[in-house]
Design a protein around this ligand. Structure first.
Ligand SMILES: N[C@@H](CCC(=O)N[C@@H](CS)C(=O)NCC(=O)O)C(=O)O
Length: 228
């Protein structure tokens, strides 16, 4: 018998993805919900000590301690029989699934992280530096971040026109992974609803899943996005 999984979920963080997937799979697991440090809004010292990377999410299972959301999600799927969240090799939408599974973490998340870090650091600057840094941040956003994000969103918009989910015809782990990027991105005005209506409609379908309601109830927060 395999050991039970404990998810250490940090409020307002990417660990919501794992919580959501555990709920979607209807698995038995233990959940510990952690607050962020009230001053820094980073993970607390205690939370950081739990994780090999000091980041959320982290799971434990017997002797295993594992960080990195997509690795954790694959690890959970590997030990879950009869799920439909990952198209098998050779399945018609396998390549599409793999693309979104990897593009979410490899291409989309770094852009969003850059924007978030710049936003947070801007707020902490002395007032006399703020106007100059704001000019720099706006230029960098317009020149580098938003165009690259828009290429990804345009592709998402076109793919969602061909099949309703990121993994193809049915809900997949790629949808649960990218949902964090999309929902947080929309809350932070990185996704123009006029340009990306299919992405907006997909987000509504994601939020209508019963697993979103149960994950939200266990998370206990109004949003998965950290507002700073
Ligand atoms: N690529 C990692 C990113 C982990 C990460 O940066 N998590 C953030 C939460 S969204 C975190 O731990 N922030 C708190 C901190 O760094 O103190 C993953 O997907 O697990």
């Amino acid at each position: 018998m395999t050991d039970r999984i404990t998810l250490h979920h940090l409020e307002y963080s990417q660990s919501f993805r794992v919580l959501w997937m555990l709920e979607e799979l209807n698995l038995d697991y233990d959940l510990v919900v952690h607050d962020r440090d009230s001053k820094t809004m980073a993970a607390s010292v205690q939370y950081k000590a739990l994780s090999p990377l000091g980041t959320a999410p982290v799971i434990t299972q017997g002797d295993l301690v594992m960080a990195e959301s997509s690795a954790i999600m694959d690890h959970i799927l590997d030990q879950t029989p009869n799920h439909s969240l990952r198209p098998e090799p050779g399945a018609p939408h396998r390549a599409r699934y793999l693309f979104w599974w990897h593009a979410t973490q490899g291409s989309m998340m770094p852009l969003q992280l850059m924007a978030t870090v710049m936003g947070i650091s801007q707020k902490q600057l002395p007032f006399f530096l703020k106007p100059f840094v704001k000019l720099y941040v706006t230029a960098l956003t317009n020149l580098f971040i938003q165009p690259r994000l828009d290429r990804l969103l345009a592709l998402a918009e076109s793919d969602l026109g061909e099949a309703p989910w990121f993994g193809g015809d049915t809900l997949s782990a790629a949808d649960l992974l990218i949902a964090y990027n999309m929902i947080v991105g929309a809350e932070r005005d990185m996704i123009d609803p006029q340009r990306y209506p299919r992405c907006m409609e997909w987000m509504e379908r994601m939020k209508a899943l019963p697993s979103f309601a149960t994950a939200t109830a266990k998370d206990g927060r109004a949003s998965m996005a950290l507002h700073y």
